[in-house]
Design a protein around this ligand. Structure first.
Ligand SMILES: [Zn+2]
Length: 427
């Protein structure tokens, strides 16, 4: 059987034009998020592709015109052999009007052995390679003993958990592979959570009262919410530095655990003292931390800052964490994902990579976040492994190397075949 797999892997070189055509077709669907709500056509295409190679399709709207697609192909020995989720997001980073592309970002071109177009690296390259690998396996009627569950999800670029919807719907497997941008490293990731910190005065004062609240003998116990927020920002900077000094995780440069004061809103008019101020922060934390832990640390620290201030002590800040969409409710959360290098599937993937590349795979951590986290949350072992690099993700003239795309597809064939024909460990 292995020799048939090797033949199949060799076929990819001869049939690379088909793989390239598949990728350029996928890129031509304008699935940018924001604005989002535009993936239906592309998802129908993916669904049809999967259906033609023997998958049964489950497609449902997560948002209007943004459906998830899950294809399931039952293995020949489903109960006893390892199942696999392959996960990919169909949305791509937005294209702003002032971006100077070499060509139309949705009409990809080939230049210097690379394909240029929005989503080439993040992550329609991974999607095309994974689909093409499954197509070749099915054309040759290669027996796969375990179940394959293919997820094409929406919303990843704007923190909408299309993948979370899949796990909530009950899709489960022995291992999940997220074929998102990783430059063919096997990666875990740190977590990201956004939060709003609000300072609010229960009374609104006229601008003319400022002297009374800040000078000796003024007698008015009031404050500007904007000025008080400055104290909390200073507190956040303190905590950020403390984290940089005290926390580390292999693979990350120290201080990757940042607290970014990203957006500030406050005050109502120049004729008033600001009675409310809201700060939107983005927090990055390490794979071995949870967002619950990180939230607790931030809240505790800022409450101590507030206690040391006479006005904030009486008017403490309030917190709103996370959210299900950067578009719908201005908040997101991507939990962390730790990869176990000794997990059977990770070892097999590393072997498959080495077989194709004649070089060992790098196992490290993603500088960004992906939907891999939702599998960790659901208790499904997972890793990120996909073509394309981070210089290109979200970039102008985003591109992917054709050689890397081909190598990825070959690795996928090898890995899918090996994993799915392995018996489950604990029966
Ligand atoms: Zn991505």
């Amino acid at each position: 059987m292995m020799s048939r797999i090797q033949q199949l892997i060799r076929q990819i070189d001869d049939r690379q034009h088909e793989l390239i055509e598949l990728l350029t077709t996928l890129i031509s669907f304008k699935t940018a998020a924001p604005p989002a709500r535009n993936t239906k056509e592309a998802q129908l295409y993916v669904a049809q592709f999967l259906e033609e190679i023997g998958f049964s399709i489950d497609m449902w709207d997560v948002y209007p015109n943004d459906p998830n697609v899950v294809g399931v192909r039952k293995g020949k020995k489903s109960a006893t052999h390892q199942s696999l989720i392959i996960n990919s997001h169909i949305d791509v980073a937005e294209v702003r009007e002032d971006e100077q592309w070499e060509s139309n970002p949705f009409q990809p071109i080939i230049k210097n052995d690379s394909i240029i177009g929005r989503g080439a690296a993040d992550m329609k390259g991974g999607l095309a390679g994974a689909l093409f690998a499954l197509k070749l396996l099915s054309e040759e009627s290669i027996t796969l003993a375990g179940d394959i569950i293919f997820q094409s999800v929406i919303g990843e670029e704007v923190g909408e958990a299309g993948t979370l919807q899949c796990t909530k719907r009950g899709y489960d497997a022995d291992f999940a592979l997220v074929v998102d941008t990783s430059d063919l490293h096997i990666q875990g990731q740190g977590g990201v959570i956004t939060g709003w910190i609000t300072i609010k005065s229960d009374r609104t004062y006229h601008d003319a009262t400022r002297r009374n609240m800040i000078h000796a003998g003024g007698g008015l116990f009031g404050a500007s919410a904007i000025e008080k927020m400055m104290k909390l920002i200073e507190g956040l900077q303190n905590l950020e530095r403390h984290w940089a000094i005290t926390k580390q995780y292999e693979g990350y440069p120290p201080g990757t655990n940042t607290i970014n004061p990203a957006v500030i809103e406050g005050g109502r008019h120049a004729a008033f003292i600001a009675d409310e101020c809201r700060l939107w922060i983005t927090v990055h934390y390490y794979p071995d931390e949870t967002y619950e832990q990180v939230i607790r640390e931030i809240e505790e620290h800022l409450m101590n800052v507030a206690k040391a201030d006479t006005w904030l002590r009486e008017n403490p800040p309030t917190f709103t964490w996370g959210g299900s969409s950067m578009i719908e409710d201005r908040g997101e959360i991507f939990p962390s994902l730790e990869v176990d290098p000794n997990h059977e599937a990770v070892k097999l993937l590393a072997q498959s990579h080495e077989k194709i590349h004649h070089n060992p795979v790098v196992i490290d951590v993603s500088p960004s976040v992906t939907d891999g986290c939702w599998f960790a949350e659901a208790g499904i072992p997972a890793a990120i492994y996909g073509p394309g690099d981070f210089l290109n993700a979200h970039a102008i003239n985003e591109q992917i190397s054709i050689d890397q795309l081909i190598a990825f597809t070959k690795t996928m064939i090898h890995f899918i075949y090996q994993w799915s024909n392995q018996e489950k460990r604990y029966m």
